[in-house]
Design a protein around this ligand. Sequence first.
Ligand SMILES: C[S@@+](CC[C@H](N)C(=O)[O-])C[C@H]1O[C@@H](n2cnc3c(N)ncnc32)[C@H](O)[C@@H]1O
Length: 241
Amino acid sequence: MRTDTGVFLPPEPDQARGFFSRIARRYDFLNGFLSFGLDGVWRDWAVRRVLNGRETSILDVGTGTGKFLNAFTKRQVFKKKCGMDFCGEMLELAKRRSRDPSILWLKADAARGIPFRAGSYDVIAAAFALRSISSLKIFFQETIRVLKSGGKLVLLELTRPRSRGFKNLYSVYLKGYLPAVGALFSGARDAYSFLSDSVSRFYEPEEIRAQIEEAGFAGTEVFPCSGGIVTLISGVKKHED
Ligand SMILES: C[S@@+](CC[C@H](N)C(=O)[O-])C[C@H]1O[C@@H](n2cnc3c(N)ncnc32)[C@H](O)[C@@H]1O
């Protein structure tokens, strides 16, 4: 599909899974280091913005080591919680680091469907995972099916800054600092080059909004944060009449 920045081609699922399995062990440390500690601030900010206190079930897709799911569950009590990821190494770390035995950790590829019945969850969340899902169309169709009526889709993603001055500075960070530091600490240069390249080429937030609206979401909202390098996009599954 064509984006403002050219054509965005998602990676093959096996390739993306391979990248994540190789960086899993260093992922949390590098995330903190590369974002100057802001990754946790962004997750908490997103959670505060979207929750209304009445949600009782949550599915976090592309959960990685479970950080976004943890940001939700420390804010409010959920009776049903699931972290889903297609990378076994990430899920193992999530399980080991979690202090909550009631979380279901599930291995599944979001681009091939979400293995739950229709109307199962109040919230479906995904942080920093969209750029590696090979079919967003299937993912968004599946999220709307698996959400309850009135349920919310919450997407947090790395995006590009809005102002020209910041764009130039960010480009140095994205094309130089991020792949170099990522390679140095993880030994996986190709994985961090992919992550950097995918941020440069990914859809604009408004394009993602259009895609979730096409899948049937209503009340969509787009909130940029930190000058636009992170964006929260949300939508609601309409109540059936
Ligand atoms: C950049 S990490 C983000 C992890 C976590 N959400 C966070 O906030 O740190 C992206 C995660 O999404 C997972 N992922 C990517 N594509 C996926 C897919 N199609 N289905 C399930 N998980 C996927 C990867 O394995 C990885 O753990």
